[in-house]
Design a protein around this ligand. Structure first.
Ligand code: ZN
Ligand code: ZN
Length: 136
């Protein structure tokens, strides 16, 4: 069962589902939100997360008409992303998992807006926007 936590440990979560469809997202909003070249998210069925501690510390920011990002109000760790056009999924930040997610990234997405200073040098597929099967 995947488990994860924020940097300060106030928020801990778990889900009975393995993370699927892990993508590295290079969009400008993920880059700013994470302060890094890209953000890595994997999806689980919506509302499958259980917050074992710190649910009250979770803050939300609506970053666009369709996207809501959740983070720890104490340490700022990015934890969760929800997209109104894919309400069947919660997207978890793979970097907050305690252990190996058991699967590997499948693609780079939104490479059309990737950081100029970061060269993608692996062989994963690259998509201008979402992976073609994002809403499977
Ligand atoms: Zn925290
Ligand atoms: Zn993104």
């Amino acid at each position: 069962m995947p488990k994860g936590s924020c940097l300060c440990g106030a928020i801990r979560y778990e889900t009975p589902f393995a993370l699927e469809a892990i993508d590295h997202c290079h969009c400008s909003m993920c880059r700013r939100s994470h302060g890094s070249a890209f953000a890595t998210y994997g999806r689980v069925p919506s509302e499958s997360l259980t917050f074992t501690t710190g649910r009250d510390q979770l803050r939300e920011y609506q970053s666009s008409d369709v996207a809501t990002r959740s983070f720890c109000g104490r340490c700022g760790s990015s934890l969760l992303y929800r997209h109104s056009e894919a309400p069947q999924f919660d997207f978890i930040t793979v970097g907050t998992l305690d252990d190996d997610p058991g699967s590997r990234p499948r693609a780079h997405i939104f490479v059309g807006s990737k950081a100029a200073w970061y060269p993608i040098d692996d062989d994963l597929p690259q998509h201008e926007q979402y992976s073609p099967s994002t809403s499977d």
